[in-house]
Design a protein around this ligand. Structure first.
Ligand code: FAD
Length: 313
């Protein structure tokens, strides 16, 4: 069975949930082979084995000294050497860039914002800012597929996770952008936005930089907090929490939009959420067109009541 390369997303030696989802998708296509750039931890490798990785290719940490490009060179090199059936990466900001660069190097095609992929490599993906789902298949070369976090349900299946050291000669071109510092973004105890199963976002309707109403509801649900660009541009919430076309893409099980109108650029980042709940005082707000449930009212009255009810349970 041909190998399917899965680029591992890891932080502080821990494998992120999205990688377990990619391994699950990879098992439908062929034999999952995880690609870990950096020092692979025992705990991380055990997680990869738990979700079916038959191999773990470990590449030197120095590849992380440069921005994105060496990862693409590594994946392209491995895809050729191993005659991989496909390359799967997470559809995060970095993952999408790696995907594009890898496909260029392979002379193949790339599919991004994929929400499902079948055994015969037909990918369902979100296009036109999330307005449409299409089915597409790469016809030339090794397909490179960027899958959205939370889109595929991770299922455990034991794999051998046989470790093999790999490397690639990093080109001069890939060395042009060097990482000088990595700054860890503060997110407190809340889950990471793109990985969270539940996201509660606030928009201009919040009315000020006091996001405590949004945060309290998020905390009652164990959710991540997001924000619309209007809220971010107003300086009410930090930029790294922006959801949308120019922010993060999320695909949680539940997305709660508090005081967000539902502009196309916001939808682009959240429309594939499985259930969408809106709280908006305008019954004509466009967000209602894509909401499964809506409460028409003032979020400062509705959200605290919701929080109180949830906290009672
Ligand atoms: P508004 O559109 O002003 O909506 C506020 C909503 O709150 C209204 O529906 C109102 O009825 C409701 N409301 C007001 N008060 C209350 C209350 N007390 N209780 C309940 N409801 C209330 N936007 C993004 O979000 N993410 C992006 O990544 C993004 N990228 C963009 C990229 C480009 C190139 C461009 C041009 C725009 C982008 N935008 C993005 C901006 C986008 O077009 C909208 O301007 C923005 O999403 C609006 O944010 P909002 O819904 O919070 O504000």
């Amino acid at each position: 069975m041909a190998e399917v390369l899965v680029l591992v997303d890891h932080v502080d030696g821990e494998v992120k949930k999205v990688t377990t989802e990619l391994l699950t998708a990879a098992r439908r296509i062929g034999e999952p082979a995880a690609v870990w750039v950096g020092d692979a931890t025992e705990q991380g490798k055990a997680k990869l084995a738990e979700f079916g990785a038959e191999k773990v290719y470990v590449a030197p940490a120095e590849l992380n000294d440069y921005v994105v490009a060496p990862k693409a060179e590594l994946l392209a090199h491995l895809a050729g050497e191993k005659s991989a059936a496909a390359v799967l990466v997470s559809a995060t900001t970095e993952g999408k860039e790696v995907a594009g660069r890898t496909a260029v190097k392979l002379g193949s095609g790339v599919l991004t914002d994929v929400v499902d992929v079948s055994a015969d490599l037909v990918a369902e993906h979100s296009v036109f800012g999330g307005a449409t789902l299409t089915h597409a298949k790469v016809r030339t070369g090794t397909p490179v597929i960027a899958v959205r976090p939370n889109a595929v349900a991770a299922e455990a299946a034991q794999g051998a996770a046989a470790e093999e050291q790999v490397s690639v000669e990093v080109s001069d071109a890939a060395k042009t952008a060097k990482v000088v510092e990595r700054v860890k973004q503060e997110q407190g105890d809340r889950p990471e936005l793109t990985e969270a199963g539940i996201v509660v976002s606030g928009g201009r309707g919040v009315g000020s930089d006091d996001f405590s109403t949004v945060e309290a509801l998020a905390d009652s649900l164990g959710a991540a907090v997001g924000a619309s660009r209007a809220a971010v541009d107003s300086g009410w919430y930090p930029n790294q929490f922006q959801v949308g076309q120019t922010g993060k893409t999320v695909s949680p099980n539940l997305y709660v939009a508090l005081g967000i109108s539902g502009a196309i650029q916001h939808r682009a980042g959240m429309q594939t959420a499985k259930t969408i709940v809106a709280v908006n005082k305008d019954p004509e707000a466009p967000i209602l067109e894509i909401s499964d449930f809506a409460v028409i009212g003032d979020l400062h009255k509705v959200a605290p009541q919701l929080t109180e009810e949830i906290n009672k349970r």
